[in-house]
Design a protein around this ligand. Structure first.
Ligand code: DER
Length: 246
């Protein structure tokens, strides 16, 4: 299936390039692409992996590490990592990214900033130019449950539409992310809610500026905009090639 193959291609290329024998403390992201990252690291063999520690970015990530028989570590013990590899929901031409489709962006950003090298891996759908063009559901924002309505009000005042607006691609609106197999809102690994906030294209052209404004809203825990953090991004393509950007 072309998308899964593309994820695998990107993951393998990134591991081969950035997870060398000297890498001892490794962060593992979240989502459906990182299992291929773990698969490739595992294939490097028990000899090299026995001396490594792997830090998770959430419940799913932790289970991946445990099931692969890799050594599980904690960011309490390792405040600096050699490398973290993670997925992305969309990447723009400057390697800024929307993340948080899986509601893991708080721990992901902690391990992204704590790593000497942070690399994104994704399939071709994520390879974009301006954020919000392909990923139209909005910027995932983790918020304290107490403050979610207040933060949604602040976001609407900032420009996130509360009714369909032609200047916002996909026509999506500001939404509290609800569970599918769970009544009520999605709850993150940190016990918080997720608000998905689309913004007009003009605002998405300045993700750093938008990140700063949103992060300063009281009640916001973390914003799914990763700006100026990535050393490189690898995209698997439909034709079996890999595009690396840096
Ligand atoms: O939630 C996240 O930021 C994840 O990294 C995720 O969005 C990437 O998703 P995918 O690898 O399943 O496409």
């Amino acid at each position: 299936e072309p998308i899964e193959k593309a994820k695998r291609l990107a993951a393998f290329a990134a591991v081969d390039k950035f997870v060398g024998k000297d890498c001892k403390i490794i962060g593992i992201g979240s989502g459906s692409t990182v299992p291929y990252v773990v698969e490739r690291i595992q294939s490097q063999g028990a000899e090299v992996n026995k001396d490594r520690i792997f830090l998770p970015t959430g419940f799913q990530s932790k289970e991946l590490i445990i099931q692969a028989g890799l050594n599980l570590g904690d960011v309490d013990q390792h405040v600096r990592l050699d490398v973290t590899i993670d997925g992305a929901d969309e990447v723009d031409s400057d390697l800024n990214a929307i993340k948080g489709g899986g509601a893991c962006q708080l721990r992901e950003k902690v391990l992204a900033e704590a790593a000497d090298t942070w690399v994104m891996v994704a399939d071709y759908r994520k390879n974009g130019t301006v954020l919000g063009e392909n990923w139209t559901q909005g910027i995932p924002i983790e918020v304290a449950p107490f403050a979610y309505a207040k933060v949604m009000y602040d976001l609407s005042r900032l420009g996130s539409p509360i009714k369909s607006d032609p200047s916002v691609s996909g026509g999506k609106i500001l939404t509290l992310r609800m569970g599918k197999a769970k009544a009520g809102p999605v709850v993150s690994d940190n016990g918080n809610f997720i608000v998905d906030a689309p913004f007009p294209r003009e605002m998405m052209k300045d993700p750093k500026g938008l990140l700063t404004k949103i992060k300063l809203m009281t009640g916001v825990v973390e914003v799914g905009l990763f700006c100026g953090l990535a050393k490189a991004a690898y995209f698997g393509n439909e034709d079996g090639s890999v595009t690396a950007r840096w």
